[in-house]
Design a protein around this ligand. Structure first.
Ligand code: CAP
Ligand code: MG
Length: 416
């Protein structure tokens, strides 16, 4: 017989193995609890321990305990043996590393900040099918940022109005029309009607302007329904789907990823509700980790914020984007999407902060243009062209009227 106690999960001498999943947490131990005691409880509860000392027959025990191996200020490092995890199951991974521990009384707060993913785990996941290559494989954006727009108001437009707005935006120079996160299949704008009519409009515009365009139709629903909607997108000739990855859940994202591969469809990941996990800097799961999970599960685009230039609170957009673009055991990179309060007057600053391998999404910043959606889309494209040519926006606006009007209206800042 052997005893398993909390102390067994703490070893500050342990050097993580290359196959371990290494997680960094910040923790705030409960009153009277040392960092060591709290760290060992985190490692225990997130792997194979419990609150009581156990007495187990050594021959019947597989050694799957995590090791709290680093303590630095309020930061702890925990190494998990790869055998703890079921291959290719994101829910199972999260039930370990972001499960019960989020509510433990041993800590007043705990935040999963970062993960180092070993190949033994990433190899169980598909990663993105296209990732950053959609700019060239599915669109004609080349090396410039992909431009996208979401019609506003976010819900309530009829199908006809929605399609009309999309068509104007495509003709003005955006590459992608996007649904809003809470537009799915409501009576005022049914999914299949919107899909069919938008793609017919896309075909007309492509024919007229000679540039490939596409539609990020929101397939978000209960999983089986969502997979059927993916099939419909393929039947109607779409190239992308959009999924609200947090509200759908990771297993649904994995199911959609599989079906999208059968059809060669790319996935645009909207992260609505992410802030419930990542907004507090002392508790929850960081956006950095949410982005990592999304890459493993295989989305092609994901919203990562605007580096502070837009209307929403952001966590380290440049650092997260670097991770999405960087090496991860051969998984394709993900295209980060900057969105939320953007307009033509901030495009130069955005590209300075985040580079050109991004998607720039503007809703209000296009449709709120004083001369309407078509002019707004032209202004966004002009601001992008100016930034890539290194010409200041004000100077470029001297012979680009739509950009001039946008700059007059919004200047170079986003109001809260
Ligand atoms: C943008 C947007 C997106 C947000 C989400 C909106 O519209 O459609 O949902 O960007 O935030 O409804 O706010 P605007 P994030 O361009 O009109 O602001 O990208 O940070 O996940
Ligand atoms: Mg939205």
């Amino acid at each position: 017989m052997t005893g398993i106690e909390y102390d067994d999960f703490l070893d500050r001498e342990y050097d993580p193995d290359s196959t371990d999943l290494v997680c960094t947490f910040t923790i705030d131990p409960a009153e009277g609890m040392s960092m060591e005691a709290a760290a060992s409880r985190v490692a225990s509860e997130s792997s194979n321990g419990t609150w009581a000392a156990l007495h187990v027959d050594e021959d019947e025990l597989t050694h799957l305990g995590a090791v709290a191996c680093g303590i630095d200020g309020d930061e702890i490092t925990v190494a998990y043996p790869a055998e703890l995890f079921e291959a290719g199951s994101m829910p199972q991974i999260l039930s370990c590393i972001a499960g019960n521990i989020m509510g433990m009384k041993a800590v007043d707060a705990i935040r999963l900040e970062d993960c180092e993913w070993p190949e033994s785990i990433t190899s169980g996941f598909p990663g993105p099918q296209f990732g950053t290559s959609v700019a060239r494989e599915k669109l004609d954006a080349g090396d410039r940022p992909i431009l996208a727009t979401v019609p506003k108001p976010k819900v309530g437009l009829s199908t006809d109005a929605h399609v009309r707005v999309g068509e104007e935006a495509w003709r003005g120079g955006v590459d992608l029309l996007k649904d809003d996160e809470n537009l799915t299949d409501q009576d005022f704008n049914p999914f299949e009607d919107r899909l069919a009519e938008s793609l017919a409009a896309r075909d007309r515009v492509e024919e007229d302007v000679g540039e490939r365009k596409d539609y990020l139709v929101n397939v978000t629903a209960e999983t089986n329904e969502m997979v059927e909607r993916v099939d419909l997108v393929a039947e109607h000739g779409g190239g992308f789907v959009m999924v609200d990855i947090i509200t759908c859940g990771w297993s649904a994202v994995q199911s959609v990823r599989d079906r999208c591969e059968e059809h060669g469809l790319a996935i645009h990941a909207h992260r609505a509700m992410h802030a419930a996990f990542d907004r507090m800097d002392h508790h929850g799961v960081s956006m950095r980790v949410i982005a990592q999970l999304s890459r493993l599960c295989g989305v092609d685009h994901i919203h990562t914020g605007t580096a502070g230039l837009g209307k929403l609170a952001n966590e380290d957009t440049p650092g997260i984007n670097d991770w999405l673009h960087g090496d991860c055991h051969g998984l394709n990179p993900v295209l980060p999407v900057a969105s939320g309060g953007l307009h033509p007057g901030v495009v130069d600053q955005l590209i300075d902060a985040l580079g050109t391998d991004i998607c720039i999404q503007a809703g209000g910043g296009i449709h709120g243009h004083p001369d309407g959606t078509h002019a707004g889309a032209k202004a966004l494209r002009q601001a992008t062209d100016a930034s890539l040519e290194g010409v200041p926006l004000e100077e470029y606006a001297q012979d680009h009227a739509e950009l001039a009007t946008a700059l007059d209206k919004w200047g170079s800042e986003t109001p809260r």
